[in-house]
Ligand binder design. Structure first.
Ligand code: ATP
Ligand code: MG
Length: 230
């Protein structure tokens, strides 16, 4: 009953526009083998977030298909899809509730030990322990008690615990202080292991850890190479 995705993503002759009069992706084909880490870069408006939204089924293609392990995303059960593909957005969103609740968002049945293990894996445990009530600390809607970098680490712990086959990450553009920048990079490496990842990358250090870098322009890939070849 429990189906586990391998994480092979295929965009097959995808055409997409938000409206009929303007095409964002004119004819997009991209094959991402299971386990590969892709860094997606390109100028503003190139279509990077649009790609991410098609993989997470925020939108469906106008023509063509996006598939996971050979199955058209439109044919998948929403529950399977949500378990297999997780998107971590720029605005690492914390809802009001405890830090533990926030980490367990995608896996409500997780035990506190599992939550702590996920936090440890991404290097979030130490700062969480230092919060007034540790894992029971309430964060308000805007995450007022935690910094941008810490918010990012909490959302990484959440994704690590959910353990999806495919992770999509729209990297934060906001600059972080140096220690958390370093923490985030280490956390990212841990988070990317053993899954397919599509990262909309804003940091050179992120591009460097990718298996493959795609440069997008006007809805097309204009370069597709290993990071050291660029
Ligand atoms: P950035 O680096 O600024 O985040 P991006 O590469 O992520 O850019 P997209 O957000 O994918 O670019 O946008 C691609 C194009 O689609 C842009 O021209 C944008 O204006 C348009 N677009 C994005 N979202 C919508 C929307 N919800 N409705 C209509 N047009 C949109
Ligand atoms: Mg974007």
């Amino acid at each position: 009953d429990l189906w586990t995705a391998k994480g092979h993503i295929l965009f097959d002759d995808v055409v997409f526009g938000y409206s009929d009069d303007r095409t964002i992706l004119p004819d997009f084909t991209l094959d991402i083998p299971a386990g590969q880490t892709i860094a997606l870069v390109g100028t503003t408006g190139a279509g990077k977030s649009t790609l991410a939204k098609l993989v997470s089924r925020f939108y469906d293609p106008t023509q063509g298909t996006v598939s996971l392990d050979g199955v058209d995303l439109r044919q998948m059960h929403p529950k399977d899809l949500r378990r297999a593909i997780v998107m971590v957005t720029q605005e690492a969103y914390l809802f009001s509730g405890t830090v533990a609740d926030n980490i367990a968002l995608g896996k409500p049945e997780a035990t506190l030990d599992e939550i702590k293990a996920a936090a440890r894996a991404v290097g979030a445990h130490e700062f969480i322990e230092r919060l007034p009530d540790g894992y029971a600390t309430d964060v308000n809607k805007r995450g007022g008690r935690v910094s941008a970098g810490q918010r990012q680490l909490i959302s990484f712990a959440r994704a690590f615990l959910a353990d999806p086959a495919v992770l999509i990450l729209d990297e934060a553009t906001a600059s972080l202080d140096i220690p958390s920048e370093r923490l985030i990079q280490d956390a990212l490496q841990t988070l990317l292991a053993d899954r397919t990842a599509i990262i909309i990358a804003h940091r050179l250090s992120t591009v460097a850890i990718a298996d493959r870098v795609l440069v997008m322009e006007h809805g097309r890939i204009i370069e597709d190479d290993a990071p050291d070849a660029l």
